[in-house]
Ligand binder design. Structure first.
Ligand code: GLV
Length: 330
């Protein structure tokens, strides 16, 4: 029986799909690299379905050439594709499975901010009937930073759905725009996008190049009345700089679904984002909907099945160069 090692959180999320695949045995394992590698070695496994944690070292020594690391999700910043390729490991993700869910969560945060849902709920729990003046989003401006599938979805939803003014910042594809979203202006510079924005929503991947993309300097370009929304990756924000900015009241607030360390640990002990007002926090649930979870489980499983059948061309391969390595026997 084929053994598939699955990191615990993903095992729980995908269980309904996994139980319908009786020809494979799914074994839950810790997402911590040393324990995950030990579980792989113990089971002699070749197939691993895993979350978005960082894997830097032992994992790539625990798997034999031709084995599969299948991300249960889209972001693959946690996988070292160079090390995987050198070890002959095929890496995949699940493109297109979660775009709507993450975009919808972004919009949920946007509306929670503009209609002040959290302070009113907190007040009512204390027995206080305090009507907070809301803000209609129609006509206000959102800067969507990152024009991948999720950023484009957010741009389309906020433009067509709410009549917001949308500046979609597409730095990666500067000058090579291949899409058109009605009512959305595409700009190439971050500074231009955020200049007069009421909301700034981040949708760039957690690559090394994007580490602390929002540093002091870029954060300082946000207006005093603007809100930051981040549903992409915590690593793109310097959380200490963000804390300082919020504590000084230099921006209106932040709605964060992703953090440098997850579960959240403050980047500095005295800069705990949870202690600030005007910060909305959710525990990385942008893609955590029943529909997206099912699609991710099915797609990750399909990638494993395609590898088992040697149908590499049908996989969502993140490191296609690995096929050459495998052909040349490493
Ligand atoms: C979730 O954050 C993912 O990248 O899949």
């Amino acid at each position: 029986m084929t053994v598939v090692i699955v990191t615990e959180a993903e095992y729980k999320k995908g269980q309904a799909t996994f139980v319908n695949t009786p020809e494979m045995t799914f074994v839950p394992a810790s997402n911590e690299e040393t324990f995950l590698a030990a579980a792989i070695r113990e089971a002699n496994a070749r197939y691993v379905i895993l979350g978005h944690a960082q894997y830097n070292d032992d994992l790539y020594r625990a798997l034999p050439p031709g084995s599969v690391l299948a991300r249960f999700g889209v972001g693959h910043d946690g996988i070292d594709k160079g090390k995987a390729t050198a070890a002959g490991i095929l890496c995949t993700n699940t493109p297109g499975t979660l775009d709507d869910s993450v975009a919808e969560h972004t919009v949920a945060l946007l509306l929670a901010i503009s209609r002040k849902l959290l302070p009113m709920t907190a007040a009512m729990r204390r027995g206080i009937w305090d009507q907070e003046l809301g803000q209609e989003v129609r006509g206000s401006k959102i800067a969507v930073i990152g024009a991948g599938p999720i950023g484009r979805r957010v741009a389309a939803m906020t433009s067509a759905g709410f009549g917001m003014r949308v500046a979609l910042c597409d730095r990666a594809r500067a000058g090579k725009k291949t899409y058109e979203i009605p009512g959305v202006s595409v700009v190439e510079s971050y500074e231009e996008a955020v200049a007069d924005a009421d909301f700034v929503s981040m949708h760039i991947p957690g690559t090394k190049e994007n580490l602390h993309f929002l540093d002091c300097e870029r954060l300082s370009k946000l207006r005093a009345n603007s809100w930051l929304i981040n549903t992409s990756r915590g690593s793109i924000v310097d959380e200490v700089a963000l804390y300082d900015l919020l504590a000084r009241g230099s921006i209106a607030g932040a709605a964060l679904d992703v953090f440098t360390v997850e579960p959240y640990v403050p980047s500095a002990p005295d800069k705990d984002l949870r202690t600030l007002d005007d910060v909305i926090l959710t525990p990385h649930v942008g893609s955590y909907t029943a529909a997206a979870v099912r699609r991710m489980a099915e797609r990750a499983l399909r990638n494993v099945q395609m590898a088992m059948e040697g149908r590499y061309g049908e996989m969502d391969l993140l490191n296609p160069g690995v096929l050459e390595h495998l052909k040349s026997g490493l």
